[in-house]
Design a protein. Structure first.
Lengths: 371, 401
C-alpha cells in the first residue's frame, strides 16, 4: 500500500510543472482567446516530443504504455495552467481506438496521435445532453455492413474544429455503434458553441446523411466501451479540476499573506484563514479522490467504476467551491478580467459539466451501491 | 503508487478476522470487569498496544496492521478495548518524556487496563485557549499540592490515574508556566462528578481537585515544560482508526439504504425518490473520499512519515463529514431517525464512540467530534498558520506580553 507517487511519477509531475510554468503562462492563455483555433500548434508538437501525447498509448504504436495515474498527473498540471489544448479529448479517442480498434485502425491513428500530427475527439452528447449514452443517443446510422449514413445533432463536442477524426456514437439497426467520421465529409455542419471557459473550445455538429465507412468496436455493442471511456474522461476531468483548484488556492493564500487591511495582512484574520483552511481540505480530499480513482482504473479494481464517479462528483463540487472562495478572498480584484483567477475558475466550471456532472455520477453511485 | 494491500497484510487481515469471529463475546459487556477482561484478551492476542515498542509491553506493529485490526473490529461490531486515551497518547507521552521509573510503574498496567487513565486538560474557562488554564500546583518541598477544576474528562468515574496540566509558575507568560503531572485519581482530594451529555449518557465528567497530592516523581519532563509536552501529545494521532472509522460509517450507510428501501412515502419506497437518491449518492461519495484520504494518511504513516500539523486536516475532515452524514440520514428518515430506542424495523447503529445506539444517538454524538481534541475552528487556525503559512493573528494575549 503506497499512496504517494513513485519517483518516476514525481519526476513526470515536476517536469510537467516546469514546462507549463515556462511555456503556458497566463499571457499565453489570454493570447489564444481570440485565436480562431484556440490552441498552439508549436505547443502541441512540443507536448508530443515530451512524450505526453503517447503517454498512455501502447509502446508498439509509439507510446509509453503508462496508465491513468500518469495521465492524471499531467492533466492536473494542465488544469493548473488552464492549458488550451485538445489533450483530454484526443487521448480519450486514442484510448477507445487502442481498446477496440482493428490493427489497421490502430496503425492509422495511434502513431499519428503520439507524434502530434493528428488530433481526435469524441462526440458523446446528443441534443438532450445526457451521459447515459446507451439510452440517450438519438443520432442514427442507416445502412449496410460497410457504408452508413449518419443523421442527427451532436452538442458541445470538445475541440472538434481542430480534430482530424471524430468518433461519433450513433444508433444503428443493431444498437449503439461508434463511427470514425472525417470532419470534412459532406453533410457535416460544424459551428462553434463558445462557453465561458477560455481554455476550451466546443462545437455543435449537425449531421445530415453523412457518409461513413468505418466503425470502431463491435457493431451495436459499444455501450461498455463508451462507458469506460466516459469514466476515464471523468477521472481526467477531475484531475484537471484539481489542478485548477490548487492554483486558485495557491493564489488566494499568497494574496492573503500580502494584502493588508486594518493594518494587517488579511490572512491573519480568522475569517480569511478559516476559508483558506477549508479550501486546502477540499483540495487534499480531491487529490485523494482523483488518484484513488486513477489507480482503480489502472488496476481494474472491483470498485473502479464507483471510484471514478466518486472522484468526478466530489472534485466537481470541491473545485467549484475552492475556485469561488479564491475570488472571495481576493475581493474586487478577483472579479476583474485582468486578474488571472477567472481563467482557472471558468476552466474548472467547464470540466464540471463534462463526462457526466455531479448529479449524473451521484445517480450512478447509488445504482451501484444501493440498487 | 500502489493501493493494493501487501500479501502479508492480506493474510494478517484474514487471521484477525478469524480470531475475532471466534473470540468476540456473544453477549453485551455490562460491567467494567467484563470490559477489562475483553480488553485483556485483545491485548494478549496482540491487538492492543500494537504501535507500542516491544520493550514497553507493546507489539511493535505497523500503523497499517493496527488500522486493519480496528477495521476488522468495526466490521464485526466487536466491543472496543478500554483505556483508549491512555494507550493512544498518555502512554506514548510517558514513553517519550517519562523517566525510567515512570515507565516501569505505569506502562504495563495501562496496556492491560489494570489501571484506567483519563486526561485532565480542559477547564471551565480554558477550552480552545487551553494555555490559560488556572489549576495550580504548588511545591511544598515534599510534593505538589493541586487545586482547581477540570471538565470534559472522559472516563473520569472509572479512572485510576490522570495526566494533568496545571500552572506551576505565575510569573511567566501563560504558555511557559505550565507543568505536566501524573495524578492519582483515587485520593481524597480528587472528586469526580459525572456530566450528562445531550445523548443522555454520562461518558465524561467534572473533576475537582482540593489540596490533591501530586508526587514529585510524577512530574513529566521538566518543571514548566508542560505546554510543550501537551503540544506533542495533541499531535499524536497516528491514523489508528482511519479504516475502522470509515467502516463504521459504511455499515451505517448500508443500514440507511436498507431503511430507505423499506420505508414508503406517498406509496413508494424512499429509495425511488430522486431527491433521496441524490442525497444518498452525495453521502456515499463523501464517505469514500474519507476512506481514500484515510488510506493516503495511513500509507504515509506506514513509511514512517509524520503528518504533523496536517493531521488537523484529517480530524477536521472526518468530524465535519460525520455531522453532515448523520444530518442527511435524519433528513431522509424523518421522525423514524429520531428514535432513541431502536424500533423493531431498525437495527442498531455504531456511533462514532464505538457504542451502539440509534441513528439519533449517532446524530447527537456527531456534534462532539468537531469540539473535542481541538475544535474545528482551532484546527483551521492550525492549518492556516502551520500548513499554509498564513500570518499569525494579532491576539490580545500575544500583544500583552
Amino acid at each position: 500500500m503506497d499512496f504517494s507517487f513513485s519517483s518516476d511519477q514525481q519526476l513526470l509531475k515536476n517536469s510537467a510543472r516546469a514546462f507549463l510554468d515556462e511555456h503556458v503562462k497566463p499571457a499565453l492563455v489570454r493570447s489564444l482567446i481570440d485565436d480562431p483555433r484556440g490552441e498552439s500548434e508549436a505547443l502541441w508538437k512540443e507536448m508530443a516530443q515530451l512524450g505526453w501525447l503517447g503517454l498512455s498509448l501502447p509502446e508498439e504504436h509509439g507510446g509509453s504504455g503508462l496508465g491513468m495515474v500518469e495521465t492524471a498527473i499531467l492533466l492536473e498540471e494542465m488544469g493548473r495552467a488552464a492549458l488550451p489544448a485538445p489533450y483530454l479529448p484526443t487521448i480519450l479517442a486514442a484510448r477507445a481506438i487502442a481498446e477496440a480498434g482493428t490493427p489497421e485502425q490502430q496503425q492509422r491513428w495511434l502513431p499519428a496521435i503520439a507524434t502530434g500530427s493528428a488530433r481526435a475527439t469524441i462526440a458523446f452528447l446528443d441534443n438532450d445532453l445526457s451521459w447515459d449514452l446507451s439510452t440517450a443517443t438519438a443520432t442514427r446510422a442507416v445502412g449496410a455492413p460497410d457504408r452508413w449514413r449518419l443523421s442527427g445533432a451532436k452538442r458541445f463536442v470538445p475541440w472538434a474544429h481542430v480534430a482530424d477524426v471524430i468518433l461519433v456514437p450513433a444508433r444503428s439497426q443493431k444498437g449503439l455503434s461508434l463511427f470514425f467520421v472525417d470532419p470534412s465529409t459532406a453533410g457535416i455542419t460544424m459551428s462553434p458553441a463558445p462557453l465561458m471557459d477560455v481554455a476550451g473550445r466546443w462545437s455543435t455538429l449537425a449531421l445530415d446523411q453523412v457518409s461513413v465507412t468505418e466503425m470502431l468496436g463491435p457493431s451495436g455493442q459499444v455501450g461498455a466501451l463508451l462507458n469506460s471511456v466516459v469514466l476515464c474522461g471523468a477521472v481526467g476531468a477531475a484531475a484537471g479540476m484539481l489542478g485548477a483548484a490548487r492554483r486558485c488556492l495557491d493564489m488566494a493564500v499568497s494574496y492573503a499573506k500580502v494584502r493588508e487591511q486594518f493594518g494587517q495582512p488579511i490572512g491573519s484574520f480568522q475569517a480569511i484563514r478559516h476559508k483558506c483552511a477549508e479550501m486546502l481540505l477540499e483540495v487534499e480530499n480531491s487529490h485523494a479522490a482523483t488518484y484513488y480513482a486513477a489507480w482503480a482504473l489502472d488496476a481494474r479494481s472491483e470498485d473502479h467504476a464507483v471510484a471514478a464517479s466518486v472522484a468526478k462528483a466530489y472534485v466537481g463540487d470541491a473545485a467549484r467551491k475552492v475556485c469561488s472562495e479564491a475570488i472571495q478572498v481576493h475581493g474586487g480584484i478577483g472579479f476583474t478580467w485582468e486578474y488571472d483567477l477567472h481563467l482557472y475558475f471558468k476552466h474548472a466550471k467547464a470540466l464540471e459539466a463534462m463526462y457526466g456532472d455531479g448529479d449524473h455520477h451521484r445517480e450512478l453511485i447509488v445504482r451501484q451501491v444501493a440498487g | 503508487m500502489d493501493l493494493n494491500y501487501s500479501p502479508e497484510d492480506v493474510a494478517f487481515r484474514e487471521k484477525t478476522r478469524r480470531w475475532l469471529e471466534e473470540n468476540v463475546p456473544r453477549q453485551d459487556l455490562k460491567t467494567l470487569d467484563e470490559r477489562k477482561a475483553w480488553h485483556r484478551t485483545l491485548y494478549e492476542a496482540g491487538y492492543v498496544g500494537m504501535l507500542w515498542p516491544k520493550e514497553y509491553g507493546g507489539w511493535g506493529a505497523t500503523p497499517m496492521r493496527q488500522a486493519i485490526v480496528q477495521d476488522e473490529m468495526a466490521r464485526i461490531g466487536a466491543p472496543p478495548p478500554i483505556n483508549g486515551l491512555g494507550i493512544g497518547f498518555i502512554g506514548p507521552t510517558i514513553i517519550v518524556h517519562g523517566t525510567d521509573q515512570q515507565k516501569q510503574r505505569y506502562l504495563r498496567k495501562m496496556l492491560t487496563a489494570e489501571e484506567i487513565w483519563c486526561q485532565l486538560y480542559s477547564e471551565p474557562n480554558a477550552g480552545s485557549d487551553l494555555a490559560s488554564l488556572k489549576t495550580r500546583a504548588e511545591d511544598t518541598g515534599d510534593h505538589f499540592v493541586v487545586n482547581g477544576q477540570k471538565i470534559w474528562t472522559s472516563s473520569g468515574p472509572i479512572a485510576d490515574w490522570g495526566i494533568l496540566l496545571c500552572r506551576t509558575d505565575l510569573k511567566v507568560p501563560k504558555h511557559k508556566g505550565i507543568s505536566c503531572f501524573l495524578l492519582n485519581m483515587r485520593q481524597p482530594g480528587v472528586e469526580v462528578r459525572p456530566l450528562k451529555q445531550i445523548t443522555g449518557h454520562s461518558l465524561f465528567s467534572e473533576v475537582f481537585m482540593t489540596n490533591a497530592r501530586a508526587e514529585k516523581d510524577d512530574l513529566i519532563g521538566r518543571l514548566s515544560q508542560g505546554w510543550e509536552i501537551a503540544q506533542t501529545t495533541l499531535g499524536y494521532e497516528r491514523g489508528a482508526n482511519s479504516l475502522g472509522r470509515v467502516t463504521r460509517y459504511a455499515i451505517s450507510y448500508h443500514q440507511l439504504v436498507h431503511a430507505a428501501k423499506e420505508l414508503k412515502r406517498g406509496g413508494r419506497p424512499l429509495i425511488d425518490d430522486p431527491v433521496v437518491r441524490a442525497r444518498l449518492g452525495k453521502m456515499y461519495a463523501e464517505l469514500e473520499v474519507q476512506r481514500y484520504a484515510g488510506l493516503r494518511v495511513l500509507s504515509g504513516l506506514n513509511k514512517g512519515e509524520t503528518p504533523g500539523a496536517a493531521s488537523s486536516i484529517t480530524k477536521l475532515s472526518y468530524t465535519e463529514f460525520e455531522k453532515r452524514f448523520y444530518e442527511t440520514a435524519l433528513e431522509i428518515l424523518g421522525p423514524w431517525g429520531q428514535q432513541m430506542v431502536a424500533g423493531e424495523d431498525f437495527e442498531e447503529v455504531d456511533t462514532s464512540s464505538g457504542e451502539p445506539g440509534t441513528f439519533a444517538t449517532a446524530f447527537l454524538w456527531s456534534r462532539a467530534g468537531t469540539i473535542y481534541s481541538g475544535s474545528s475552528e482551532v484546527q483551521k487556525n492550525i492549518i492556516g498558520e502551520r500548513v499554509l503559512g498564513l500570518p499569525k493573528e494579532v491576539r490580545a494575549d500575544r500583544i500583552a506580553r
